[in-house]
Design a protein around this ligand. Structure first.
Ligand SMILES: *Cc1c(COP(=O)(O)O)cnc(C)c1O
Length: 357
């Protein structure tokens, strides 16, 4: 039996979208490939509210995160982490010989503009990374406010944002917020199979990248950018055309739903799960910064999360345990992608039944 995924990626993929992955192949150096990749890029620009160039990468979100910090850090990067995925960016910097410092906060709390201001006022950094939606803790950071700070006081600093688990589930206004590299991947709120990463790439990020000597090869974002300018949206190596067929189709579905309606649906599910969590357990993150795409719930009743998941599996559902050091201390319910409120209600009713709540 297929177990319906309520985990924060991969998520359920609609049957018709899955079918698009089986589209017959085309040559990757053809006009059809150019047309497909241009179409995906134009739709992604709408989704991210940007006029910046979109880059597609046959990796996952982590691929473009590594590419961004390596390609665009000239002097030193400040990595702001509110959980495991934020810290991943620091490990990538270290492993690539990119000078970087890590600024962590207690799990469950956000990165604030005040913290960013304090760090940047040292003048040591020319690039920062911030996680929009930290999947390990369930925090959604105030990226718009941080962007406002950068525009006002640090206009030369490159602003890299991880929106892997929020893009297509929450409004992210790349141009308005001044995000230079906005990264996501297919298997979360976009509701496609894993295997393709997407980012927007600003002129400022491009100019910074040109000053960096060793940007690597496969994940050199400047090379990707230059190549698609020269070759009409084609890529230096063979990309996952299957993902692009499916993404092009799924973006039509997303735009047809309406972006505001889609974000409202996510918010409605989040509100419902949060209220449920507050009734039976507690929320892990500070509530005013709680994510709209997943809810991280404190295991105040000390239930066995793995037993719960085994029993849910027999009924055809899967949720997530706490991430890393939060294993068994919290559990996570994702409400992203094509998931609907009735499905969330059905899941929670089953959890109540199993736990005797
Ligand atoms: C899933 C996730 C990642 C990693 O993305 P991959 O596509 O698995 O490489 C990074 N950041 C956040 C916030 C995530 O949720």
């Amino acid at each position: 039996m297929h177990k319906k995924l309520f985990i924060p990626g991969p998520v359920e993929v609609k049957e018709d979208v899955l079918q698009k992955m089986a589209t017959p192949m085309i040559g990757h150096r053809t006009k059809d490939a150019s047309r497909l990749q241009r179409s995906v890029s134009e739709k992604m620009m709408k989704l991210l509210y940007t006029n910046n160039q979109i880059l597609l990468s046959t990796t996952s979100g982590s691929g473009l995160m590594e590419g961004a910090i390596r390609s665009c850090t000239r002097k030193r990067a400040a990595v702001f982490a509110v959980g495991a995925f934020g810290k991943r960016w620091y490990d990538m910097a270290v492993d690539n010989n990119v000078p970087a410092d890590l600024f962590e906060v207690e799990w469950g709390t956000p990165t604030t503009p005040e913290q960013v201001d304090e760090v940047l006022s040292t003048g040591k950094y020319d690039l920062i990374t911030v996680t929009h939606n930290e999947t390990s803790t369930g925090i959604m950071n105030p990226v718009g406010e941080i962007g406002k700070l950068l525009k006002a006081k640090y206009p030369d600093v490159i602003f890299c944002v991880d929106t892997v688990s929020s893009a297509a589930g929450a409004k992210i206004e790349v141009d308005e917020w001044g995000i230079d590299v906005c990264i996501t991947s297919t298997q979360k709120a976009l509701a496609l199979p894993p295997g393709l990463a997407i980012c927007s790439f600003s002129q400022k990020a491009l100019d910074a990248g040109r000053q960096v000597e060793n940007r690597g090869y496969y994940l050199d974002l400047v090379k990707l950018y230059d190549y698609i300018q020269k070759k009409d949206h084609q890529y230096p190596s063979t990309p996952s055309l299957s993902h692009m067929f499916a993404l092009d189709y799924q973006l039509d579905n997303i735009l047809a739903e309406g972006l505001e309606a889609r974000f409202a649906r996510h918010k409605e599910m989040a509100d419902y799960v949060r209220a449920w969590a507050n009734k039976h357990f507690e929320l892990f993150p500070a509530e005013e910064y709680a994510s709209n795409t997943l809810t991280n719930i404190k295991n105040t009743k000390e239930i066995s999360v793995s037993d719960l998941n085994k029993k849910l599996a027999m009924r055809g559902y899967t949720i997530s345990n706490g991430y890393g050091k939060l294993k068994d201390k919290t559990f996570r319910i994702a409400h992203m992608g094509e998931t609907t409120l009735p499905e969330i209600k059905e899941l929670l009713a089953n959890i109540e039944d199993i736990l005797g709540l």
